[in-house]
Ligand binder design. Sequence first.
Ligand SMILES: CC(C)(COP(=O)(O)OP(=O)(O)OC[C@H]1O[C@@H](n2cnc3c(N)ncnc32)[C@H](O)[C@@H]1OP(=O)(O)O)[C@@H](O)C(=O)NCCC(=O)NCCS
Length: 213
Amino acid sequence: MRPSIQELCAWHLNRENAAVPLPSRLPEPYTLELVSDYEEPLFGELMQKVFFGVSGSLRWVDLGFEEDAALRRFRRDQLRTRPSLRIAARCDDALVGWCFGFADRPDSMYMASSAVLEGHRRVGLYTAMAEQMRDLAIEAGFHQLHSKHLCTNNAILIAKLQMGFQIVGMELSPDMGSLLKMELPLHALRADTLRARAGQTLLSKALSAQLTE
Ligand SMILES: CC(C)(COP(=O)(O)OP(=O)(O)OC[C@H]1O[C@@H](n2cnc3c(N)ncnc32)[C@H](O)[C@@H]1OP(=O)(O)O)[C@@H](O)C(=O)NCCC(=O)NCCS
């Protein structure tokens, strides 16, 4: 039997936890699983390759910023206790994709990092992982999934729009650049309210009363 959703959201707190197979309609030999952690040093190397290249995210340490390592570890350790979901895509046993999210509010899951390695793209791996993230987040009772992406990253923007994500803002981030903010409402009331607040549909009586009373 699959562990409960509460256990899955805390799976990362015990690195001994075995991977949990997740459903997907991916072609063989691809599979999805929920892991307590991604294998190192491979994952760190892949993150470096995919996200911290010439035009990617900045690491402050690379710009000469110095900070207290013990305090940084303390802050990281405290944040680790947030509900998190780490999904891995495998080709046979090899890690070929990941999708990592954590709760940044009690009702909100932030999709922090996702990638599929070259040679395995356009198979549907990202969509399959993101759909699992969505389904688990709904099961856990979250109201929204959200994420931020470089404005020019058409691949992820199109994949997310196809899943029903909405663009909800722009942000200039010192370490990541110009970002589009996206949200997938996870229940109908939030989805309807988002469209009404955007001016795309009429406000319901209850909503207009809340906004104008
Ligand atoms: C973005 C990324 C994760 C997509 O992974 P993927 O497994 O290839 O995505 P999918 O196969 O699920 O694609 C779903 C849909 O998204 C769209 N899409 C994906 N890649 C695209 C591209 N390069 N150009 C245009 N549309 C694209 C397509 O509509 C695609 O459906 P289709 O193949 O049936 O046409 C992958 O390109 C990647 O790892 N990029 C580098 C890392 C990154 O940018 N991560 C996101 C930032 S957090």
